[in-house]
Write a protein that binds this ligand. Structure first.
Ligand code: IMP
Ligand code: MG
Length: 185
């Protein structure tokens, strides 16, 4: 089966040009998994994934992690509505249903843009006294940062452009693309 998603050409066309191909994403995820495995030689590690954008990343990252024992948990955080820039207001729309106290926790995010969402989430989870708390993000737009966040693992640094695909949406569309594209404006 091809990775190009030629079966949905209309979606690829409106999404715009490919910034990071499906193959590049998978290769980088395997590199990140190797780093994570060596940093956490024994489990469990709680992967706290941020819905909805990180659902594809956590699915692939978790399957690339072969050595440590992992748990997959989800949180819902919203800061955007249907706009392309952050509202600056962060809201927990779905909380964890496990206690992370005393555990190694890795927040799994799709993209860090202004940093508002992740700095809020990091503060929130730190209050729950995990043994360790780190962040892995597939994408990083450093030019747009307004709140500094300590991020241990970054898949790709990208320029200040609005991207869709591989879990990332614009007004809920394009999440199912396998590659990451710059949204046509
Ligand atoms: P931040 O709070 O500004 O760092 O924004 C983080 C969230 O905004 C991410 O988890 C995404 O859901 C969303 N976001 C930021 N930039 C993009 C983008 O280029 N495409 C799609 N979603 C984005
Ligand atoms: Mg997100």
């Amino acid at each position: 089966m091809s990775n190009s998603q030629a079966s949905i050409p209309e979606m690829s066309a409106t999404a715009g040009r490919v910034l990071i191909s499906a193959e590049q994403i998978q290769q980088r995820i395997h590199e990140l998994a190797a780093l994570i495995e060596s940093d956490y030689p024994s489990g469990p590690v709680y992967l706290v994934s941020v819905l909805k954008g990180a659902f594809m990343f956590v699915a692939d990252l978790s399957r690339a992690l072969k050595r440590c024992c992992i748990r997959i948990e989800f949180m819902g955080i919203s800061s955007y509505g249907h706009a392309k820039t952050s509202s600056g207001q962060v809201k927990v729309t779905r909380d964890l249903d496990v206690n992370i106290e005393g555990h190694d926790v890795l927040i799994v995010e799709d993209i860090i843009d202004s940093g508002v969402t992740l700095s809020y989430l990091r503060r929130l989870l730190e209050q729950r006294k995990p043994k360790s708390l780190e962040i892995v993000t597939l994408l990083d737009k450093p030019d747009r940062r307004i709140q500094p966040v300590q991020v241990k693992y970054v898949g790709f640094q990208i320029p200040d452009e609005f991207v869709v695909g591989y879990g990332l949406d614009y007004a809920e569309d394009y999440r199912n693309l396998r590659d990451i594209r710059v949204l046509k404006t």
